[in-house]
Design a protein around this ligand. Structure first.
Ligand SMILES: Cc1cc2nc3c(=O)[nH]c(=O)nc-3n(C[C@H](O)[C@H](O)[C@H](O)COP(=O)(O)O)c2cc1C
Length: 265
């Protein structure tokens, strides 16, 4: 099957899913390619894709499910028996039902997953004193991703015609495990460190941060993706809620064994 265009579609607050997607794309056929970044705007236009295009969809795992804001934004996209590569990136704990959920979401929108995979990304809660999957995806992961892209290219070349794809089985259970729900926390602000540089404002996928007389994070909007914490040049934004500090500590002590990408073709 000849694909006319490739679309890289991502929701990736701390950019690890984006890296995995780009590395897979580097092994795909060299044809016109465009990015649709769903991270920064709720006003993503409704889009339709044809059977002669390929979409590569990369999202993070939150609480063993697809990140809820990614689900919402992916809902704007509609295929037409469009082949898809689906990628769930998680922080070396577990991806549980996220992969099967992502496959179901793709099928519901008339995308046909021709390949699926999980990659490991540095955990959003990871920090210098509590590293969790630090530096992932690393060069080994990116090499794996590119090689997988090449395998996907071969599979696409073997497909006789658009609309007929054998979708790989992926792990996970239905009904899915319960998702995260909204957390009753936001990152805490250390006012003495904040220079009001506003670097955190545009990086917030939920538009939860405002700056009037001080930086404020809206608890109702914040998804605790930690993008603001990672971008702050002064370390003024921090995980300061006790339950999350404990979770971070637990993750850094218990999720140390290196997990590897899982590839389904
Ligand atoms: C609220 C929240 C929940 C998370 N839940 C999980 C999880 O259940 N399992 C896991 O291994 N990683 C989990 N992570 C870590 C992310 O999946 C991981 O860091 C991912 O690489 C982030 O993707 P991004 O860089 O594209 O934002 C969670 C992160 C956040 C912010």
């Amino acid at each position: 099957m000849k694909v006319k265009k490739i679309w890289l579609i991502t929701f990736s607050p701390t950019r690890t899913s984006q890296h995995a997607v780009e590395a897979i794309a580097s092994g795909l056929p060299a044809i016109p390619l465009e990015n649709i970044d769903l991270t920064y705007s709720d006003t993503v236009a409704v889009r339709r894709f044809g059977a002669d295009e390929l979409v590569v969809i990369g999202v993070p795992v939150y609480a063993g499910r697809v990140a809820p804001l990614a689900v919402k934004r992916l809902g704007k996209l509609q295929g037409d028996n469009t082949p898809a590569v689906i990628i769930a990136t998680y922080g070396n704990r577990d991806f549980e039902d996220a992969m099967i959920e992502l496959k179901d979401l793709a099928l519901q929108a008339a995308f046909l997953p021709v390949a699926a995979c999980t990659f490991i990304g540095e955990h959003s809660f990871s920090g210098p004193a509590t590293p969790i999957a630090f530096g992932r995806p690393d060069s080994i992961d990116l090499t794996t991703a590119k090689a997988f892209g090449l395998k996907i290219s071969e599979k696409l070349a073997r497909l006789e015609e658009p609309g007929i794809v054998d979708c790989p089985e992926v792990p996970g259970k239905r009904p899915y495990k319960e998702g995260m729900g909204s957390l009753p926390f936001t990152p805490g602000l250390l006012e003495s460190r904040c220079t009001q540089c506003a670097a955190c404002l545009p990086i917030c996928p939920a538009s939860a941060i405002s700056l009037e007389s001080r930086i404020e994070v809206d608890r109702g909007l914040c998804i605790f993706c930690c993008a603001c914490i990672k971008v702050c040049p002064e370390d003024a934004l921090q995980i300061d809620a006790e339950p999350l500090k404990q979770k971070r500590q637990w993750l850094s002590e218990h999720c140390t064994e290196r997990r590897e990408p899982e590839l389904y073709l």
